[in-house]
Design a protein around this ligand. Structure first.
Ligand code: BGC
Length: 753
């Protein structure tokens, strides 16, 4: 494993009692402010009622009060979260407590990459809805989910927290999530701004990326979150972008985010080490330091001083940071609290009712079932049927092998992990020991106590189902030779702070804390003897499969959450029909990726592949992936036809086609529309539209998807603007990025967007 050079540690605050009750009306609570005329934040002609109200509160605040609102400060909030900014009761400002909630805060959900595999934005809304509701019920004001870093580097340890390799899919999902979370009067976050593509040297390395690539790939989801869902909080990243720390980067924060996109919320630093020059940060547009501290002159736990408390005050007093900037920082905070509804209706911590939690668990299982991607499903020699779904009646003897499938399913690590894992169900082999040149602890995977084995037994009550762990490949292979079906579970742990050394399944060498044996060797040995082999992968990014030709079926279950066991069994036995698609490409080998292995030696990551990441890379270089972006099988089959595309005269296109269920089961297909853009440097195609379509057996539907001109936009370096390039457009329609029907969309003239 490749570790970060700094050790990550979550700062937890003590629970001190009850949340402050919702404060009285701000205007009536005003009073006691300083007489300093610089306290009067200027009003603009375009100010909304929220702006005016926020400015009125700022005008009442003392310098110390303002400073208190722009940094986390330790342990004085009533609920315990990732940080705490104490409120100011006299002004009706409540405590502000963010909580990590990437995949849930009380109810744990499958990870975000799994969610993206559903290609279902309504489900993304429901996912955000559950999270927002619980975040508020628990008394928090801000949700720290919303990771949208594009999977440029498939070995990035945090890919499981993000939404895959496509900026449109990622953008659509963050917009749905943000709207849902903020509807619960919770400030939603989008993170990590920007180009935060790997964990190795994350505090020190610079992502060097040209403007066009930045805009079209890495910034687009942020832009959508700002413009299409009015996200309240943007968390800037630990890394440098083009040599300047992201949280001190005026081009990113002020020029693009605030001035160009019109973002009116606040910019919050990532935790602990994102800021090293408070004056530069404040003047670049950073609005809030996390985790901050009660004293900027006491060395923090990570060997750095905080910046936005006494140091910022001194900088404002000396004029190094203008008072107008401090006022703006506070105004943005207050305006967001007003807009989202926190200021007038602050949360009070409550107990989440049991029936809500059980509905949440059902939802979690349903998301897991909808997110699992069936990659291979061969007809076994001597049989007429595909291997999956298994039928309880024809599968007399099943052996389940490895992956702790008798006890648990794996979760990802770090702040993206949703609570609810039971650490004791699976032992970590090296807790607390030190390995690696960076001298950091190997991470122990969290596991949810949900047994696929028990669920398989319930699904096949008349079958003989046995379990053998994977430590002895020969014993597993012998057991498999005796069974009608062998189901091999393979897991690979990923976490914040740690990148993967390769896309291979892990073994005892590459993950000594969590893995005792060579999983590739196990699958190969079992395949040599078994009648049917089904591989279930619990992973948070792509996997290489040297054994792919010798297994019958492969199901990617991602990190499926606490109902993973029953969800996997439901898919294996056909109670659920797989409908998910890969939100990332699966390459045949690491050497097919644009980048060499992450060695930890470099402090500069040059994005020299420019726009060619993920499927764009495989298309541009004509490399056959193992499984392409957008790919996923079902227990039925689909056919496409009658594809046509017409421009509407406004720069948009309507793409029309038929999709037919050619099999014997009802299913849900995800037609995808890709466009070839007539502009130099663009990859052969990009995803521009998609939709879930439910089809009964034999049913055919005519589908028209509108492709908004914005989705065809190119960042024009010469004018520094988005344009719709003039020329002739091609469209490609199908059930994956590779299996497509092409059509010409006709010609349009260039226009600005
Ligand atoms: C992570 C953030 C997270 C924060 C608070 C940081 O290390 O990068 O994504 O929200 O910790 O836990």
């Amino acid at each position: 494993m490749i570790f970060n050079t700094g050790r990550h540690m979550k700062v937890k605050f003590r629970r001190l009692g009850l949340t402050l009750s919702a404060a009285a009306s701000v205007l009536s609570a005003c009073g006691g402010g300083s007489n300093d005329s610089s306290n009067n934040p200027a009003l603009n002609p375009t100010d909304t009622a929220s702006d005016v109200r926020a400015s009125a509160i700022v005008a009442q605040m003392t310098l110390d009060e303002k400073i208190s609102q722009v940094h986390g400060a330790g342990t004085t909030c009533a609920v315990s979260g990732a940080s705490c900014i104490p409120g100011i009761p006299r002004l009706g400002i409540p405590d502000q407590v963010p909580t990590d909630s990437s995949a849930g805060v009380k109810t744990s959900l499958p990870n975000n990459l799994a969610l993206a595999a559903t290609f279902d934005t309504q489900l993304a809304y429901a996912y955000g809805d559950l999270i927002g509701k619980e975040v508020r019920q628990l008394g928090f004001t801000e949700s720290l989910g919303g990771g949208v870093n594009i999977a440029r580097e498939l070995r990035n340890g945090r890919n499981y927290e993000y939404l895959g390799e496509d900026p449109l899919l990622t953008g659509d999902f963050i917009v749905a999530r943000t709207k849902a979370v903020q509807a619960h009067k919770v400030v939603s976050t989008v993170k990590h701004f920007a180009a935060n593509s790997q964990e190795t040297n994350r505090y020190t390395a610079s992502s060097n990326v040209d403007e066009r690539t930045l805009r079209e790939l890495y910034l687009l989801p942020f832009e959508m979150a700002v413009k299409d869902s009015q996200v309240g909080n943007v968390m800037c990243a630990y890394n440098f972008v083009n040599g300047i720390k992201a949280c001190q980067n005026a081009h990113l924060i002020t020029d693009i985010l605030k001035n160009e996109w019109g973002f009116k919320g606040k910019v919050q630093s990532d935790w602990e080490l994102a800021l090293d020059d408070g004056v530069q940060g404040a003047n670049a547009g950073l609005d809030e330091e996390e985790t901050g501290s009660a004293n900027d002159y006491v060395l923090g736990p990570f060997g750095k001083y905080s910046q936005f408390n006494q140091r910022l005050k001194a900088a404002v007093q000396s004029g190094a940071v203008p008072t107008s900037r401090l006022n703006d920082m506070v105004k943005r905070k207050l305006r967001t609290l007003i807009e989202v509804g926190v200021l007038d209706d602050a949360p009070t911590a409550t107990t989440i009712p049991a029936d809500q939690l059980s509905a949440g668990a059902k939802f979690s299982q349903s998301v897991a079932e909808q997110s699992m991607v069936l990659l291979k499903n061969a007809v076994h020699t001597g049989s007429n049927n595909a291997t999956l779904p298994l039928t309880a009646s024809t599968t007399g003897k099943i052996v389940v092998i490895g992956g702790n499938a008798d006890r648990a399913v794996m979760g990802g690590g770090g702040s993206g992990h949703a609570p609810g894992a039971d650490a004791s169900v699976v032992a970590c082999f090296r807790p607390g020991t030190k390995v690696g040149s960076a001298g950091v602890e190997p991470a122990c995977a969290p596991w949810y106590a949900s047994s696929p084995l028990s669920a398989i037994k319930s699904a096949a009550p008349n079958a003989t189902v046995s379990y053998i762990d994977g430590t002895d490949a020969q014993a597993a292979s012998a057991a498999a030779s005796n069974a009608d079906a062998a189901i091999v579970f393979a897991t690979r742990f990923q976490s914040e702070d740690i990148d993967l050394p390769s896309l291979s399944l892990s073994n005892a060498l590459t993950d000594p804390a969590n893995q005792a044996y060579d999983q590739d060797a196990l699958i190969t040995a079992v395949s040599a003897k078994a009648k049917r082999v089904i591989v279930v992968l619990e992973v948070g990014t792509a996997v290489t499969m040297p054994w792919i030709d010798s297994v019958d079926s492969v199901l990617v279950a991602w990190y499926p959450g606490p109902q993973g066991g029953p969800a996997i069994a439901d898919v294996l036995f056909g109670a659920a029909n797989p409908s998910a698609k890969l939100p990332i490409s699966f390459p045949k080998r690491d050497a097919d990726l644009p980048e060499g292995p992450i060695t930890g030696e470099s402090l500069v990551y040059n994005y020299t592949e420019e726009l060619n990441i993920g499927y764009r890379w495989f298309d541009a270089k004509q490399i056959e992936p193992l499984f392409p972006f957008g790919f996923g099988l079902s227990y039925t089959t689909y056919a496409y036809g009658n594809v046509s595309a017409t421009p509407d005269g406004q720069g948009n296109f309507n793409v029309t086609f038929t999709v037919t269920n050619t099999g014997t089961r009802a299913g849900v297909e995800t037609p995808q529309v890709y466009a070839g853009i007539p502009f130099g440097g663009e990859p052969p195609k990009r995803l521009v539209a998609y939709q879930k379509v439910a089809l009964a057996p034999g049913e055919s539907k005519n589908v028209t998807l509108n492709v908004d001109a914005k989705r065809l936009g190119v960042w024009d370096d010469s004018s520094q603007k988005w344009i719709l390039p003039g020329g002739s457009y091609s469209f490609y329609v199908g059930g994956s990025s590779r299996n497509v029907l092409a059509t010409s969309g006709g010609t349009v003239t260039q226009r600005s967007l």
